[in-house]
Design a binder for this molecule. Structure first.
Ligand SMILES: Nc1ncnc2c1ncn2[C@@H]1O[C@H](COP(=O)(O)OP(=O)(O)OP(=O)(O)O)[C@@H](O)[C@H]1O
Length: 276
């Protein structure tokens, strides 16, 4: 039996006549931090929604912890995973503490309210939002809201986190903090698939990078291998200058016209890297 906590086999998904994803095959072991990257419109959010059970594929199968997602009840899915959408609206006049307590409820039904509040405050500290705990969510800045929502996603200690650009609205320091928090949680067994646009942050924090383009997985491999792949330039339609810094390769994007002639594309011969 497979030990992979997330599996997708031969997934095809469409909306009306438009094919959104085709032939997606994916296995993610427990504790892995996967960065899902790709140009705008590649299909990243669609894939995350499918893996969350929010939309269904036309064909293929997704299993979470060995169970077919199509046969799981919403409560079973939400006990296993937290999904953070690209855009979230909270219309009720909730305070930050209310949001954290609501999200911790699945884990703390037996706790007293006082204990739950204490836990929420403790948890908030880990996300540097304890100073926001009595604020109305609606009055927070975009970045503050993003940090609260990620904290809410992780308060119930889910097995899986599926987060769609959680760092997009954050300042540099909070981006680092947020990705380090996710990384630390994966060391404790959390499995995370995080949609990101910053390839340098993806290379630095994720164990694995999956590049989606035109609804297909185009590159899939260890972060460092993917960052070195010439196919990356092709799929993002840029020329990446690659600078070595300590253990990391820094990608500096430029227009294709800046590309030296001798660096023109080659295919991967690296066995650690799957390039389609
Ligand atoms: N319900 C729908 N009907 C028609 N087209 C859709 C629908 N949902 C998504 N699409 C299209 O499918 C493609 C993939 O969308 P998706 O949101 O998954 O992309 P993405 O990779 O997350 O992009 P971005 O980086 O811009 O957020 C886009 O071209 C989008 O316009």
């Amino acid at each position: 039996m497979s030990t992979d906590i997330i599996e997708a086999r031969k997934i095809h998904a469409s909306a009306g006549q438009k094919l959104l994803l085709s032939d997606i095959n994916l296995s993610v072991p427990q504790g892995q931090f996967v960065a899902l990257v790709g140009p705008n419109g590649a299909g990243k959010s669609t894939l995350l929604k499918l893996l969350s059970g929010l939309v269904y594929a036309d064909s293929g199968e997704i299993t979470l912890s060995g169970s077919n997602i199509a046969r799981m009840k919403p409560a079973e899915i939400s006990a296993l995973l937290s999904y953070l959408p690209q855009r979230s609206e909270i219309y009720w006049n909730y305070r930050v503490s209310d949001i954290l307590e609501i999200h911790s409820a699945t884990d703390s039904l037996s706790l007293t309210t006082a204990h739950a509040v204490f836990s929420a405050y403790d948890h908030a500290k880990a996300f540097d939002i304890e100073q926001l705990i009595d604020r109305q969510f609606k009055t927070l800045s975009g970045g503050e809201q993003a940090r609260v929502l990620l904290a809410a996603c992780l308060i119930s200690s889910p097995s899986i986190l599926l987060a769609d650009e959680p760092a997009a609205a954050l300042d540099v320091s909070h981006q680092l903090q947020l990705l380090k928090t996710i990384k630390d949680r994966t060391s404790d067994g959390l499995t995370a698939i995080v949609v990101m646009h910053d390839l340098n942050l993806a290379t630095r924090f994720a164990d694995r990078i999956i590049v989606l383009n035109n609804g297909k997985i185009q590159i899939d491999g260890a972060s460092r291998e993917v960052s070195l792949s010439p196919a990356l330039d092709h799929h993002f339609d840029v020329y990446f200058q690659r600078l070595s810094h300590e253990q990391q390769t820094i990608l500096v994007p430029d227009f294709h016209s800046a590309r030296p002639a001798d660096k023109l594309a080659s295919t991967s011969t690296n066995p650690l890297l799957k390039v389609v």
